[in-house]
Design a protein around this ligand. Structure first.
Ligand code: NAD
Ligand code: DAU
Length: 356
């Protein structure tokens, strides 16, 4: 028995591979291109574990994907691989179109060819789980209800538009060809192994280094925060019990404004690693807003709870405390991901004192 995971060296993918293998002896074939966001160090304990087969490669490579499916005969594909950072998509949308749209198309076509050739039992057991985002639904005003699965698609960034396109492809491959597709649309994840270009790890890492904490616009944009371990549990639940062809929204029931996130992280750091120069909040800097910045995301996660019994286990207080401690305890991991490429990105994004 095997599953094929794409993007398993990224933030959520690596957490998922570790989560899956903590309670399963199935082989996990991990196909990841190792872009700047992929990091095998996040999978260090699995390097010598025969259940984890890492393959460096591109999801746009149909020949490679087809040969992996034929060799390992997985009963599921869990598709995380993507370009995932909104700010990068604004500066360079091309890779987002290529990986998120063409890559998903390639995977769907390879999966269809493989699945069509399976024996009846294996055919009915097969699943393609497409991991997507709440950003496809666009932006909510303060008084609108949270996103339900039936919310219209209104993506506003090149990233979210590319993810929306991939969701439509996944849906169409189910409707047209009968491919057993499941889709999850999740809110903002945080937790161990997140690349420090995203808000929470960026703030932790910058604060510890005495660097500015950049807040876009007025800092009142709201996101719904979900601890990554809870997301992994939700994906496992949907993969094993979800209804084929359905979409499940996954969220943490934690709507919090960016400025409050940053204050919370600063206060936690003040308690556990106080700075000799005073409270970390003095490092906060308001910078120019992200173009097209969505004001508010909120997830209505009742469907997955009512249909499949999943609910997040962590509160924001418990999850953020774990996360801050994880970054404090893993200085070497942080140091290693801060490669030349990372420093170049940070300089390009923030050195003029503003967002793009
Ligand atoms: P990430 O950027 O940390 O990791 C992406 C991984 O995909 C990396 O390991 C990278 O090397 C790999 N990859 C990129 N292009 C590839 C290609 N062409 N072929 C093979 N591998 C490739 O992303 P993440 O935050 O872990 O997100 C994973 C998935 O979850 C994405 O699909 C994202 O859209 C979705 N998602 C993320 C969040 C979040 O808050 N991070 C929330 C909802 C949904
Ligand atoms: O909602 C799910 C999405 O969450 C995922 O689909 C994306 O892959 C993931 O990157 C994340 O997107 P966001 O744009 O919401 O995450 P990010 O951490 O980049 O930003 C969170 C909020 O913080 C957002 O409103 C922008 C703001 N921000 C971000 C950075 C990096 C700042 O104010 N300053 C910053 O320096």
């Amino acid at each position: 028995m095997a599953i094929l995971v794409t993007g398993g060296a990224g933030f959520i993918g690596a957490n998922f591979v570790r989560h899956w293998l903590a309670s399963s002896d199935e082989v996990v074939v991990n196909l990841d291109k190792l872009t700047y966001a992929g990091n095998l160090e996040s999978l260090a304990p699995l390097v010598a574990d025969g259940r984890h087969r890492f393959v460096q490669g591109d999801i746009c490579d149909a020949e490679l994907v087809g040969s992996l499916l034929e060799s390992y005969r997985p009963w599921a594909i869990v598709h995380f691989a993507a370009e995932s950072h909104v700010d990068r998509s604004i500066l360079g949308p091309g890779e987002f179109v290529r990986t998120n749209i063409e890559g998903t198309f390639t995977l769907l076509e390879c999966a269809r060819a493989y699945w069509s050739g399976l024996e009846a039992d294996a055919r009915s057991a097969f699943r393609f789980l497409h991991v997507s985002t709440d950003e496809v639904y666009g932006s909510l005003s303060a008084d609108e209800p949270p996103f339900a699965e039936s919310h219209r698609y209104e993506p506003n960034s090149p990233y979210s538009a590319s993810k929306a396109a991939s969701d439509h492809l996944a849906r169409a491959w189910h409707q047209t060809y009968g491919l057993p597709v499941l889709t999850t649309n999740c809110s903002n994840n945080y937790g161990p192994f997140q690349f420090p270009e995203k808000l929470i790890p960026l703030v932790i890492v910058n604060a510890l280094a005495g660097k500015p904490l950049p807040i876009y616009g007025d800092g009142c944009q709201v996101r719904d925060w979900l601890y990554v371990g809870d997301h992994c549990a939700a994906i496992r639940t949907v993969l094993t019990s979800g209804q084929i062809g359905e979409t499940y929204n996954v969220g943490g029931w934690n709507e919090i404004a960016n400025i409050d996130i940053v204050h919370t992280v600063c206060r936690l750091l003040d308690q556990v690693r106080p700075s000799p120069t005073g409270p970390y909040e003095q490092l906060i800097r308001f910078v120019a807003d992200r173009p097209g910045h969505d004001r508010r995301y909120a997830i209505d996660a009742r469907k997955i709870e009512q249909a499949l019994g999943w609910r997040p286990a962590e509160t924001f207080d418990s999850g953020i405390a774990k996360t801050v401690h994880w970054y404090l305890d893993h200085g070497a991991w942080v140091e290693h991901v801060q490669s030349g490429a990372y420093r170049e990105w940070i300089a390009r994004q923030y050195d003029a004192g503003s967002a793009p």
